[in-house]
Design a protein around this ligand. Structure first.
Ligand SMILES: Nc1ncnc2c1ncn2[C@@H]1O[C@H](COP(=O)(O)OP(=O)(O)OP(=O)(O)O)[C@@H](O)[C@H]1O
Length: 309
């Protein structure tokens, strides 16, 4: 049984349809990531699931538990990372954790939480003195203070530098190691690809597609981009372009000077044919590569939009 099942969620604000139709199920222990462009409805979806915002319609079930009927039990089972702007500047890290611990009957020892989010050394530091990354780690610590099974992290790495982002990734992976379920939203494609067991792409309030990062990428790999650069200049590249355009497996070619980008359904066969041609004509190939597909390509293919962080 999934630990969370969401069916047909809808939410409008006046005339804005923030969430039009969102359904998915999350299995225990997975890192489940919702990605989508600005305004796609990610935060609205999370807030409905977290019980902070009532949906206009749709169902949210944590196993057998539902908001309204089992509100107190659900609050014990989930951890929500507060916006770091909601932290109290004049409290220390430890005081903040202890304060949040008073909201719950069951709590994880503060020392363990400090250790998990790597803030043991900063335990006596005031919140206002923390770096952006440290504040975010504290916010994640607050989400785990009641030792929940399911943790919601809404864009935990937005605005952080690459090292601070990686520190947060380590915490998310540690949570997985100890069997927690994490539901994450992010703007960063690389992050979704690296961390997620499954990725749900949302756009305009709807689920566009949902699968493992590898499976999503596989769906696109029927076509690959082969790049080659010839040492013998533009004329050689032109002739090679002509040959490539006659191959059945080639769907698109872009030539810039002596470099070619060739999209093909069969990269190996295409390369054999092109190498045959260049060898026959005495052209030398300086560089060659087959580009790896990324989750970013999947996003563009499914939404028709360029990805911007
Ligand atoms: N309280 C609100 N009142 C009115 N409109 C809202 C409210 N909250 C969200 N919206 C609108 O609903 C849409 C979805 O917003 P939401 O914040 O859920 O998207 P998001 O995917 O989380 O975006 P971002 O990546 O920018 O955080 C947007 O058009 C937003 O302006």
């Amino acid at each position: 049984m999934p630990v969370l099942k969401v069916s047909g969620l809808k939410k409008s604000f006046g005339t804005v349809h923030a969430v039009r139709d969102i359904s998915f199920a999350v299995e225990g222990g997975e890192i489940f990531t919702i990605i989508g462009p600005n305004g796609a409805g990610k935060t609205t979806t999370l807030e409905m699931i977290e019980g902070l915002l009532p949906p206009d319609s749709g169902e949210i079930a944590f196993g057998d538990l539902k908001w309204g009927r089992n509100t107190e039990q659900i609050k014990m089972e989930i951890g929500v990372q507060p916006q770091s702007s909601a932290l109290f500047d004049l409290l220390t890290v430890e005081e903040t954790l202890k304060l949040f611990a008073t909201f719950f009957t069951r709590t994880k020892p503060v020392d363990e939480v400090l250790e998990m989010v790597n803030l043991t050394e900063q335990r006596n530091r005031h919140v206002r003195k923390l770096s952006g990354g440290q504040k975010q780690r504290l916010a994640i610590g607050l989400a785990m203070i009641n030792d929940p099974g399911i943790i919601f992290l809404d864009e935990p790495t937005t605005g952080l530098d690459p090292q601070a982002r990686r520190n947060i990734w380590d915490i998310i992976l540690k949570l997985k190691e100890i069997g927690k379920t994490t539901i994450l939203t992010t703007h960063y494609m690389e992050e979704a690809e690296k961390l997620s067991d499954r990725v749900c792409i949302v756009d305009q309030g709807r689920v566009i597609t949902l699968d493992t990062p590898a499976a999503l990428i596989d769906r696109l790999t029927s076509e690959r981009e082969v790049r080659l650069t010839l040492t013998d200049g533009e004329a050689a590249a032109l002739a090679t372009e002509q040959t490539a355009s006659e191959l059945d497996t080639v769907t698109k070619i872009i030539r810039e000077g002596s470099s070619l980008q060739v999209w093909t359904t069969h990269p190996e066969n295409t390369l054999y044919s092109l190498f045959g041609f260049t060898k026959e004509n005495g052209y030398r190939v300086e560089q060659i590569s087959i580009r790896e597909m990324s989750l970013e390509d999947v996003f563009i293919a499914f939404t028709g939009k360029e990805w911007r962080d």
